[in-house]
Design a protein around this ligand. Structure first.
Ligand code: ADP
Length: 239
C-alpha cells in the first residue's frame, strides 16, 4: 500500500520547548492508525501540523505525494484532509442541517441550495442522525453533537480524516456506537489517523499504532505488538 500521508522528520518548537522532535510515520490509503502517547507527548501538535493550524519548525508533510507542509488550513482541506477537535466545535444556534450545509459550502467543489440540502440529508443518515436535521445544534446530546461534528468533517469529502479524541467523554453504550460508526467509515475505505486514549477503541479499530513520548516517536507497528511493548507500557506508567 502506498502512503496517503507521510510525515518526515517533523519538528515543532514552541519557544524553548520541542513539542514534536524528528517524528516520521505514514498512513496508507484505507488504514486506520492510532497516534498514542501520554498527555503532553505531542499528538495534538502533530494533528495541528497535518491540518495546517501550525506550520512545522522543520520536516515535511507529504499528502499523496504533494508537499503540504506549512500550507494554510483551507488549502490543506482542499487537498482532502478533514479533522474533528478535542472539544466539539459546532454552530450552536443553527439547526443540525444548517451546520452541515455550511460545511458543504466551504468545500472546494462546494454546492448550495437544494443540492447541499440533499447532501446534508445523506450525511445525516451516514452518522446516524437521519430525520434529525431540523433540531437545533445546541439541543443535541453530547454523542449527537459528536455525530454532527463528524458529518461536518465528512462534508468536506476528505481522503484523510484526523480524529482527535473523538470518542472521549462517551459512556460505554455510546462508545460502542461511536466505534461502530468509525468501523462503517473504514468499510467505505476512509483513511483515519486517530488520537485516542481509549484502548478498547484502539484495539477494535486500528491495524497499526504510532506511539509518542515527550515529542519523540517510541513505537510504530501492529497495534497488538505496540501495546505489549515494554517501552510503551513504561511511557504510559510515567517511569
Ligand atoms: P498531546 O496531544 O500529546 O497531549 P500536545 O501536542 O497538546 O500533546 O502538547 C505537546 C507539548 O506542546 C506540551 O508540552 C504542550 O504544553 C505544548 N504545546 C502545545 N500547544 C502549544 C502552544 N500552542 N503553545 C505552546 N506550547 C504548546
Amino acid at each position: 500500500m502506498s502512503a496517503l500521508v507521510r510525515v518526515e522528520k517533523l519538528r515543532k518548537q514552541f519557544g524553548g520547548l520541542t513539542a514534536v522532535n524528528n517524528v516520521d510515520f505514514s498512513v496508507a490509503e484505507g488504514e486506520i492508525v492510532a497516534l498514542l502517547g501520554p498527555n503532553g507527548s505531542g499528538k495534538t501538535t502533530v494533528i495541528n501540523m497535518i491540518s495546517g493550524a501550525f506550520a512545522p519548525t522543520a520536516g515535511r508533510i507529504m499528502f499523496d505525494e504533494a508537499d503540504i507542509s506549512g500550507l494554510p488550513p483551507h488549502r490543506i482541506a482542499h487537498h482532502g484532509v478533514a479533522r474533528t477537535f478535542q472539544l466539539v466545535r459546532v454552530l450552536p444556534s443553527l439547526s443540525v442541517r444548517q451546520n452541515i450545509v455550511a460545511a458543504v459550502a466551504f468545500r472546494r467543489d462546494a454546492v448550495w441550495g437544494e443540492e447541499a440540502e440533499t447532501e446534508a440529508e445523506k450525511l445525516l443518515v451516514d452518522v446516524g442522525l437521519a430525520g434529525r436535521g431540523h433540531e437545533m445544534a445546541q439541543d443535541l446530546t453530547y454523542i449527537d453533537q459528536k455525530r454532527m461534528e463528524l458529518a461536518r468533517a465528512l462534508a468536506a469529502r476528505p481522503r484523510l480524516l484526523l480524529l482527535d479524541e473523538w470518542l472521549s467523554g462517551l459512556n460505554p453504550t455510546e462508545l460502542r456506537v461511536g466505534i461502530d460508526l468509525i468501523v462503517s467509515l473504514r468499510e467505505r475505505g476512509m483513511t483515519v489517523l486517530l488520537v485516542e486514549h481509549i484502548m478498547e477503541a484502539v484495539r477494535a479499530l486500528c491495524s497499526r499504532a504510532v506511539v509518542m513520548n515527550v515529542g519523540t516517536k517510541i513505537a510504530d507497528g501492529p497495534t497488538n505488538d505496540v501495546l505489549a511493548d515494554e517501552h510503551v507500557v513504561r511511557a504510559y506508567l510515567g517511569e
